[in-house]
Ligand binder design. Structure first.
Ligand SMILES: Cc1cc2nc3c(=O)[nH]c(=O)nc-3n(C[C@H](O)[C@H](O)[C@H](O)COP(=O)(O)OP(=O)(O)OC[C@H]3O[C@@H](n4cnc5c(N)ncnc54)[C@H](O)[C@@H]3O)c2cc1C
Length: 447
């Protein structure tokens, strides 16, 4: 390709640009926020000050596209996990650790820190340029996208730039659907699950005297008089803890520090209380509300222009508590690479790309929306075979609390290293059944 244009320069856009740099003479990223490498929290990514966990599959993808990424992140100040391992509490009970330990230390950082590293590596590639401006529309030539329109930073008049391929990476509020609709195409059908999630996050100075917490996740599932909540503590760069308290529906944490401290004290394990009561807070409490999980099913479109793909949240954005967003965006970049390496006819719609992306979206959607069907205010849509899958999932979850092997297999799926179908292996099912119904035989289970 002579020129590829990426709309949006966040995680999905940067990863797509990295892939495109192997296939196009020139790659332009059009981004409406400032284009410096280290911009910190920015308006185009309003969720950026909230806790952002990078799943192991996402880290593997970053390493694939930017060899040495984790090492560079550690050198730049991401904490090396020497301070202990992660603890996961489910309804106040500490879950057993997974059997296998990760080979590579996990990266835990704030979102702006991670994004700055991805930007630095992406913009260091000679044929990639970030252009400050607001993407404004597409120009079609017959059945294909021929150009992109954008309004340069500080300007008022749109500029048109011709292109062989456009990537929509404008996030979950992307206006691509409107642009298609207004030009006689069809917008991709959207599926939503209303989750009404409420986040509040605060940073604290990490201090061993206050707590030895390294990473902790505490979740309360609804039922038996319990209210669904989730809290998290992450040790991040610059000797800080980033701490999250989240609720659903009318359970809304506020920006009030006392409210934040009370929630830590009343709803979560001791480490949360210790940090909130005795830790030194840095800055304000930041809140965020996400109304729904949503996906745009491009693969279902009968008519799709050639020269157009979409990646990241503009395709699907999930309940953030499962931490799938950035990893999905990175996996979409690998889908783009596989598509372009298959020597596709670029004058035809990129259906083979969207078919690959669908596998990633289906897997993440299955994990997050299935779990969210437990929430009292969520009433569907229910997948086919819901009751059976529910029964099986409950069995697995129960077993994972005490069995390292099952916990490991479950963790590989929830961290997107394995596809959810991996859990349907007979050996996993049989192990969970034995642990639940024939516990006296569990002594002979392989470790
Ligand atoms: C509260 C919360 C917590 C989260 N926690 C996690 C987590 O723990 N782990 C995880 O992996 N994910 C998490 N996510 C999801 C993660 O934030 C997204 O999945 C990820 O940012 C997707 O990246 P993206 O590049 O697709 O879109 P975005 O990051 O939303 O970026 C879109 C980009 O497009 C630009 N843009 C938009 N319109 C235009 C335009 N017209 N012209 C030019 N530029 C434009 C924006 O400025 C922005 O840079 C969380 C999300 C939320 C809401």
């Amino acid at each position: 390709m002579r020129r590829a244009v990426v709309l949006g320069g966040s995680i999905a856009g940067l990863m797509a640009a990295r892939v495109l740099s192997d296939h196009a003479e020139e790659v332009l990223i059009i981004e409406r926020d400032p284009s410096e490498v280290d911009v910190g929290p920015r308006p185009g990514v309003p969720q950026g000050s909230q806790v952002h966990a990078l799943l192991p599959a996402g880290q593997a993808q970053l390493e694939r596209w930017f060899p040495g990424f984790a090492k560079e992140a550690f050198q730049a100040g991401a904490p090396l996990p020497t301070g202990g391992t992660g603890k996961v509490f489910l309804n106040g009970v500490l879950r057993t650790a997974p059997m296998s330990r990760p080979q590579v230390p996990g990266l835990i950082t704030t979102r702006p820190f991670l994004e700055a590293l991805v930007r630095k590596r992406t913009l260091a590639i000679g044929n990639i340029t970030m252009v400050p401006g607001r993407a404004d529309g597409l120009v079609f030539d017959g059945n294909r996208v021929a150009a992109t329109r954008y309004v340069p930073d500080g300007g008022t008049e749109p500029v048109t730039v011709t292109t062989d391929l456009v990537v929509d990476a404008m996030g979950r509020s992307s206006r691509l659907g409107d642009w298609l609709d207004n030009s006689g195409w069809t917008r991709p059908p959207m599926r939503r699950m209303p989750i009404k999630l409420n986040y509040a996050t605060a940073l604290y100075k990490r201090d061993e005297q206050v707590s030895d917490a390294w990473v902790a996740v505490a979740q309360t599932t609804p039922g038996d008089g319990r209210v669904a909540r989730i809290g998290g503590i992450n040790s991040v760069e610059n000797d800080q803890w980033i701490m999250l308290v989240a609720g659903y529906d009318n359970d809304r944490p506020t920006r009030d520090v006392e409210d934040f401290t009370n929630r830590c004290r009343e709803h979560f394990p001791k480490a949360f209380r210790d940090i909130a009561e005795h830790g030194q807070r840095i800055g304000d409490v930041a809140t965020y509300h996400q109304a729904d999980s949503r996906r745009r099913d491009f693969h279902e479109l009968d008519r799709l222009p050639a020269g157009l793909v979409a990646a990241g949240d503009s395709v699907a954005s999930f309940n953030p508590i499962y931490g799938q967003g950035m990893t999905s965006a990175a996996l979409h970049a690998s889908c783009l690479s596989a598509y372009l390496r298959s020597d596709p006819a670029l004058h035809e719609p990129a259906r083979a790309y969207f078919d690959r992306v669908r596998v990633i979206v289906d897997a993440a959607w299955q994990i997050s929306t299935f779990a969210d069907l437990d929430l009292p205010h969520v009433d569907g849509p229910y997948p086919r075979g819901y009751r059976l899958i529910r029964w099986f999932t409950d069995l697995l979850f129960r077993a994972s609390m005490t069995d390292g092997v099952i916990n490991d297999r479950l963790a590989r799926v929830t961290t997107m290293l394995d596809h959810p179908t991996a859990l349907a292996r007979p050996s996993t099912l049989w192990r969970a059944v034995r642990l639940r119904f024939l516990p006296w035989t569990s002594g002979s289970l392989p470790g």
